[in-house]
Structure formats: structure tokens, C-alpha cells
Design a protein around this ligand. Structure first.
Ligand SMILES: Cc1ncc(COP(=O)(O)O)c(C=O)c1O
Length: 361
């Protein structure tokens, strides 16, 4: 009998979340971020659905971009990490990609290009991860434009603390980028991630770059996607495979970390950290069993978790379970497990089949 654990992906909800991004950035166009296998939702189906909403997609790696072209997707594709070595240039050119450049060493190999490649410069306005220092952007631009095969299309920068609406760093990064915009008025600019779509005033760059909000997760701390008007896209579902009664004092699971405080009814769900359910989710993490919110008890195992069914005594083997989706927000589970929805969504393991629904007009 096949395992019932699966991730259902609602591509119509994905598209509606993209439209939310558009409404929140009316002065900008928006590229859809589909890196990391479409944030764990399946690269090709997610990209196909979002290509109906925008002309531009973005990925992190050349391999992801190649998968998109192999799937027949003709959208503009921005390559966030750019090229890593000289041999990547002809590949990026053949695939018609727009690499993002953050360092001079990436120019190696560009002199041999026999077709033009549009590129972006990533500017380091404070994240201090990748990027050209603001005082060096003009010189870098000159060097880049000395390559006949390269055509500079825009400047890009990334916020470090936009998830915290009160963080002063966002304003500093915005001002720094604004100076660069003033110095290079002929270039397109792109700065806003999902979180910036919830800032006041609304983003004013040419291109915003929404990621997590498309998938229904919150980009802001201390809230959930649904509280921000976003729809869950992934429903991680399973079922009960066993139900039993516990007496007061009986422990459950590895490490015997949870003990029944009184007579309890308990269920076992066929999902565990081997599927990407977070091992650090503690007792008390919400789980919806047959539409009823219950609590995780004891440690998460590789293939199983236990839930307290005392408030839902009718549950039986086969009763459907939702780990996250419409009934339990992925942000709630992430908060309980001390992480963020990005990690949970991208961490659903290959053993969990994805089924995609909707996405057509
Ligand atoms: C350069 C860049 N832009 C945009 C995004 C999208 O960010 P978010 O998912 O927070 O919207 C990412 C994600 O990490 C990124 O690396």
C-alpha cells in the first residue's frame, strides 16, 4: 500500500500570491524567485505557473536555469549567483541568462563571448555577503563595459534586515542604493525582496524580487503568511497509521521526553524528519488531524511522529493529517521549531511526492 505522505501544491494560490506582490508594488515590475526547486514546491510546475504572471524568473544556479530551459520555459532568467568560472559564460550565453556579477574574478572568460549577454551588478549596500562596494561600482562598470560581449542592464542589491519593520539598517541600505541609482540613471534597479512589499512606502525600484511571499510564508518576523493576506501553497499531508491509549505516567518516543500527565489517546502519523518534518519541533507543535487541531507529543522520529488525540477521540488509523497548509500555517510550525518557513518548505525531502493542482488560466 503506498505511503500517504505527500505535498499538495496549489498553483492557483501561488499565482494569487504573486498578484498580491504586484498590488503591493504598483510602481515596479516583479520577477518571481523560483530558486531552490521553487522553494521546495517543484521548479518546473512553479515556473510554468508564474511565467503566466511575469516575464522574468530568477534562480540561484546554472543547473536550475538549465532545467527551466529544458522544460521549454522561455522567460527572462536572472542568475543570482552569476557565473563561477570561465566555462560558465558560453553556457549562460547559450541559455540566454542574465547573470548577476558581484566580483571582478567573474569577468574571466567573458572576453571570449561571441554573443551578447545581459548582466546585472550586485552592489553591497550593507549585507556584506556578495556585492561590489558602492565606491567601486562605477569602476567595475567601466571594466565590465569594456567587454563587447557584455551588456549591463541593471544594478541589484539585497536587504539584510527587511524582515524587521523597525530595523534602521533597511533605511541605510535604501539610501546607499539611492545614491547609486542617482549615479547610474540609465540602468534598471532592483532591491525589494518579499519583506519590502510590506514596507511603507511601497517599493520604488524597477524590479521587485518576491520569493517566500509567493509560497505563502511570511517574510516578516512574528507573524504568519495568512495574517498578511497570503495563501498557503503547499499542504504537507499524511495520515494516522495507529491509535492507542496511554495511562498516566507512560512516556512516548525516543528519549522518553514526554510523559502522559493522565489517561491519553495517542496517534502515530507516518511522517518524520526523513520527510523533512523538523526534528526540533517540540511537544505542543500544532498538527491538524481530521480537521481538528491537535498537538505533537514526544520527539520527532525519522518516519513517524506522535500526536495527542485526547480531544479528538474519533480519530482512527487512516484519518487524514495536515502538518502544514490551510489549517496549520507553516510559519507556526517553523516558529515552534526555532526556524523559518523558508527552511521547512525547501527541506521537504525527495521521498515526499509533490502533486500539483491548478496553475492554468
Ligand atoms: C538576491 C535575492 N533576491 C530576492 C530573494 C527573495 O527573498 P524572499 O524570499 O525573502 O522574498 C532572495 C532570496 O534569498 C535573494 O537571494
Amino acid at each position: 500500500m503506498p505511503r500517504h505522505t505527500r505535498a499538495r501544491i496549489d498553483l492557483d494560490a501561488l499565482r494569487r500570491n504573486f498578484r498580491q506582490a504586484r498590488l503591493r508594488a504598483p510602481r515596479s515590475a516583479s520577477m518571481a524567485i523560483v530558486k531552490a526547486d521553487g522553494y521546495g514546491h517543484g521548479l518546473e510546475p512553479v515556473a510554468r505557473a508564474l511565467a503566466r504572471e511575469t516575464s522574468c524568473l530568477a534562480v540561484a544556479t546554472l543547473e536550475e536555469a538549465r532545467r527551466l530551459r529544458d522544460a521549454g520555459i522561455e522567460s527572462t532568467i536572472v542568475l543570482f549567483e552569476g557565473v563561477h568560472e570561465a566555462a560558465d559564460w558560453p553556457v549562460a550565453a547559450d541559455l540566454g541568462l542574465q547573470p548577476v556579477l558581484h566580483s571582478r574574478h567573474q569577468l574571466e572568460g567573458a572576453e571570449g563571448l561571441n554573443q551578447r549577454v545581459a548582466v546585472w551588478i550586485k552592489c553591497n549596500t550593507g549585507m556584506n555577503r556578495l556585492g561590489v562596494a558602492p565606491h567601486d561600482v562605477a569602476a567595475f562598470r567601466q571594466e565590465l563595459e569594456a567587454h563587447p560581449g557584455l551588456w549591463l542592464t541593471g544594478l541589484l542589491s539585497h536587504y539584510a534586515c527587511a524582515d524587521d519593520l523597525s530595523h534602521p539598517m533597511t533605511r541605510r541600505q535604501h539610501e546607499c542604493f539611492q545614491h547609486l541609482r542617482d549615479e547610474h540613471p540609465d540602468l534598471q534597479v532592483s532591491q525589494a525582496n518579499s519583506a519590502a512589499h510590506f514596507h511603507e512606502p511601497a517599493p520604488d525600484c524597477d524590479w521587485t524580487r518576491p520569493g517566500i511571499m509567493l509560497y505563502g510564508g511570511t517574510p516578516l518576523i512574528d507573524t504568519t503568511g495568512p495574517a498578511l493576506g497570503l495563501e498557503p501553497v503547499m499542504s504537507l499531508a499524511s495520515r494516522l497509521i495507529a491509535v492507542r491509549d496511554l495511562e498516566a505516567g507512560e512516556p512516548v518516543g525516543y528519549g522518553a521526553t514526554w510523559t502522559a500527565p493522565g489517561p491519553r489517546r495517542m496517534g502515530i502519523v507516518e511522517i518524520g524528519y526523513g520527510d523533512g518534518y523538523p526534528r526540533h519541533a517540540p511537544s505542543g507543535t500544532p498538527v491538524a488531524v481530521g480537521g481538528c487541531r491537535c498537538e505533537l507529543i514526544g520527539r520527532v522520529s525519522m518516519d513517524m511522529i506522535a500526536v495527542d488525540l485526547t480531544s479528538f477521540p474519533d480519530a482512527e488509523p487512516g484519518t487524514p493529517v495536515e502538518l502544514w497548509g490551510a489549517q496549520v500555517s507553516v510559519d507556526e510550525v517553523a516558529g515552534m521549531a526555532g526556524t523559518i518557513s523558508y527552511e521547512l518548505l525547501t527541506g521537504v525531502s525527495p521521498r515526499v511526492p509533490r502533486t500539483h493542482e491548478g496553475g492554468q488560466d
